[in-house]
Design a protein around this ligand. Structure first.
Ligand SMILES: C[S@@+](CC[C@H](N)C(=O)[O-])C[C@H]1O[C@@H](n2cnc3c(N)ncnc32)[C@H](O)[C@@H]1O
Length: 210
């Protein structure tokens, strides 16, 4: 049985660039790789997704903890949310305007066994973002510009496009993928955020995701 599992894992890995599975359903691969702590996401033609190496770099910039609530605005297939929950144990909210893509993200979250993910279908511009303690985005520049004033946290990372109106720094991931990280004025000398900043905001209004 063990040999069989190993062969299947190796086969999947060979067609999958270790993290991406091209099989019609990822459930089996998710179970196999999930058992050794890996995340499998098959590229979906409906979504232009952030490469996994960039996802990992973006999340690292945010210094997430289990007390955080990460929002991915335009969450696509949910890969950022899944990685955040798996790697950092935080809660994660995806807002996705395309109902089919939102369903895909929900399925993938479920397949990956992530109970701390909520996907809401709708236009990110119409939601309160005040409960987010961290935000990721990979959106068109005009949309990023429109969303920036709604974001209350200063832990924000955007892939590909800058963060207008706020001071950010650009980092190149793997030599070719630019990410923009909001500059924080209130981090201490060792790069750690002040304690008060880390606490999750208390719920204010009627709409949930935390
Ligand atoms: C380039 S994809 C990024 C997906 C994912 N965040 C990632 O990084 O892999 C952008 C996603 O944002 C969604 N989107 C575009 N405009 C949106 C809006 N106004 N509100 C919510 N989602 C939006 C698109 O449907 C698409 O799935």
């Amino acid at each position: 049985m063990r040999t069989l599992v190993t062969i299947i894992v190796l086969l999947c890995a060979s067609v999958a660039d270790a993290r991406y599975c091209n099989s019609p359903s990822c459930s089996m691969c998710n179970r196999l790789f999930g058992s050794i702590g890996m995340q499998i996401l098959r590229p979906d033609p409906r979504v232009e997704s952030t490469p996994q190496v960039v996802v990992d770099a973006m999340l690292k910039e945010l210094h997430l903890t289990p007390r955080d609530v990460l929002y991915d605005l335009g969450c696509g297939d949910g890969r950022i949310l899944i990685a955040a929950v798996k790697q950092y144990g935080c809660m994660a909210v995806g807002i996705e305007i395309d109902p089919e893509v939102a369903d895909l993200a929900r399925r993938r979250g479920k397949d990956a066994g992530c109970g701390r993910i909520r996907i809401v279908t709708g236009d990110a511009r119409t939601f309160s973002l005040s409960k987010a303690t961290a935000v990721t985005m990979y959106l068109f520049p005009d949309l990023v510009a429109e969303l920036m004033p709604k974001i209350k946290t200063d832990r924000v990372v955007s892939y590909s496009h800058g963060l207008p109106g706020r001071d950010s720094r650009m980092t190149m991931v793997a030599g070719k993928y630019p990410i923009y990280v909001l500059r924080r004025t209130d981090w201490d000398l060792f790069g750690e955020p002040k304690t008060a900043e880390r606490s999750v905001r208390k719920p204010e209004s009627s709409w949930t995701p935390w």
